[in-house]
Design a binder for this molecule. Structure first.
Ligand SMILES: Cc1cc2nc3c(=O)[nH]c(=O)nc-3n(C[C@H](O)[C@H](O)[C@H](O)COP(=O)(O)OP(=O)(O)OC[C@H]3O[C@@H](n4cnc5c(N)ncnc54)[C@H](O)[C@@H]3O)c2cc1C
Length: 411
């Protein structure tokens, strides 16, 4: 992407002309071809056998090592730290092809996608040399210790304290919704370093040793039956000075880098929802054992057609974002639109899925009445979270109202 061929031009509000480039360059096409060939040979076949979350983590760790061996993990990182210095478009293509090949997700997502880029931008050379290399092969997993019981959307209201002590800080407080904390070796941690300063001013960004005395991790069971989430209690946990990232009270600026990497484009979600659309079409047209076809039902026909339109809109939105990245423009608040649109589309699609499955939709575990081994019903349960993580829908709408539409703030 980035050449002039195949561009689509449209009048935007305010008379500006926006250009969306819809073509990949020959170099990008070669990259895609090589990647596809590698994936054909290496993606593990069949559904994962993992009977427990710990087994799943073991299998995913092995997969990440294989992927790393092929040079496909953290390709957007600079070469000096084990990446390929790949462009945003190549990173996008990688995500797209991994999802299309139904390859498992990378286990150390927080490490690769959030911690890596944050340390590369703000870490000391010593921090980069110590912490970056074990991230790519999943030798050391990471978690994100940001949210608290009273601070999610309004993250700067967090109350975990970091009190100075000889050689570092003692950190006390409670974190929640910490994905994979029970497997993590390290966590990126936001804590208050100056309680007298205004909310976003007195925060520090730390690297927390999850094996340090005073760290207690308590898993939370979700409605999918899994326990990816945790509560994390920090009781006078010592964090040495060498594990502060950036300046003592200026952690919010660093956290903003982490949060910006959490949104952006969503190629994986695009492909997953294209596949979901195929599932919906097949179910509506042909049904499966115990689920009658609904191809003549006018309401289902309208809904599936609407889903098709929305998946196409998601594709175009992704490409618009990608065009910006290819031109090295910042993502800007428009990335909120991408996140808002795909997450709400996902829930509409899953609602149709449940209507089609009827009572079979209740069977989310493998068993005689489960459709596709319960995969579709589990997907419905999982995607209830899509409008919460990486910023809720209400927060995305606030950002769009404020920073894109220029509406006055509600009092
Ligand atoms: C699958 C998943 C994984 C996660 N993993 C992690 C993790 O690893 N580490 C981590 O730190 N956090 C994690 N989170 C937490 C996530 O970031 C928070 O759930 C999210 O920021 C919302 O915060 P909250 O749950 O405290 O809800 P709240 O902020 O309490 O919001 C409650 C409701 O009020 C609404 N609301 C709040 N403020 C406003 C406002 N100003 N205007 C309008 N409406 C408003 C919200 O939209 C929401 O509907 C994860 C969440 C999920 C779902």
């Amino acid at each position: 992407m980035g050449g002039s061929e195949g561009e689509l031009t449209a009048a935007a509000p305010g008379g500006q002309v926006r250009v969306v480039n819809l073509s990949f360059t020959p170099v990008e096409e070669v990259f895609r071809t090589e990647l596809r060939a590698w994936l054909r040979e290496h993606v593990p076949g069949g559904a994962p056998a993992a009977p427990s979350l710990a087994d799943e983590v073991r299998e995913l760790r092995a997969w990440q090592r294989t992927l790393h061996g092929g040079g496909w993990v953290g390709i957007h990182w600079p070469r000096a730290y084990g990446g390929r210095g790949a462009s945003a478009v190549e990173h996008y293509i990688l995500q797209e092809e991994l999802a299309a090949a139904r390859a498992p997700e990378v286990l150390n997502r927080i490490g690769v996608n959030l911690v890596g880029p944050t340390l590369i931008a703000h870490g000391t050379e010593e921090q980069k040399r110590r912490f970056l290399p074990p991230i790519l092969p999943a030798d050391e997993l990471w978690c994100q210790l940001f949210s608290e019981p009273g601070a999610g959307s309004d993250l700067t209201a967090l109350r975990t304290r970091a009190e100075p002590t000889t050689g570092g800080w003692l950190v006390s407080g409670q974190k929640v919704w910490t994905s994979y904390a029970q497997f993590a070796r390290w966590g990126i941690l936001l804590a208050r370093t100056d309680s007298a300063a205004p909310k976003a001013k007195g925060l520090g960004f730390f690297i927390c040793d999850m094996e340090a005395p005073g760290v207690t991790v308590r898993p939370l069971r979700q409605m999918t039956g899994s326990e990816e989430f945790n509560e994390v209690f920090l009781d006078a946990v010592f964090v040495p000075r060498a594990q502060l990232v950036g300046a003592e009270h200026e952690g919010w600026a660093i956290a903003s880098t982490t949060l910006a990497h959490e949104r952006g484009t969503s190629p994986r979600q695009l492909v997953i929802h294209r596949m979901l659309l195929d599932d919906l079409l097949r179910l509506a047209r042909d049904g499966v054992e115990g689920v009658a076809p609904r191809r003549r039902d006018p309401v289902i026909r309208q809904r599936v057609a609407q889903h098709f339109i929305e998946v196409e809109i998601t594709r175009l939105n992704n490409w618009r974002t990608l065009s910006r990245l290819a031109r090295r423009e910042p993502l800007g608040p428009e990335s909120s639109f991408v996140k808002l649109f795909w997450s709400e589309m996902s829930q509409r699609m899953h609602d149709t899925l449940m209507d089609l499955l009827g009572p079979r939709g209740l069977c989310w575990q493998a068993g005689p009445h489960a459709v596709a081994g319960g995969r579709l019903a589990r997907s419905y349960l999982y995607y209830r979270a899509a409008t919460l993580f990486a910023g809720t829908s209400e927060i995305q709408r606030n950002i769009l109202a404020d920073r894109v539409l220029g509406l006055p703030r509600a009092r």
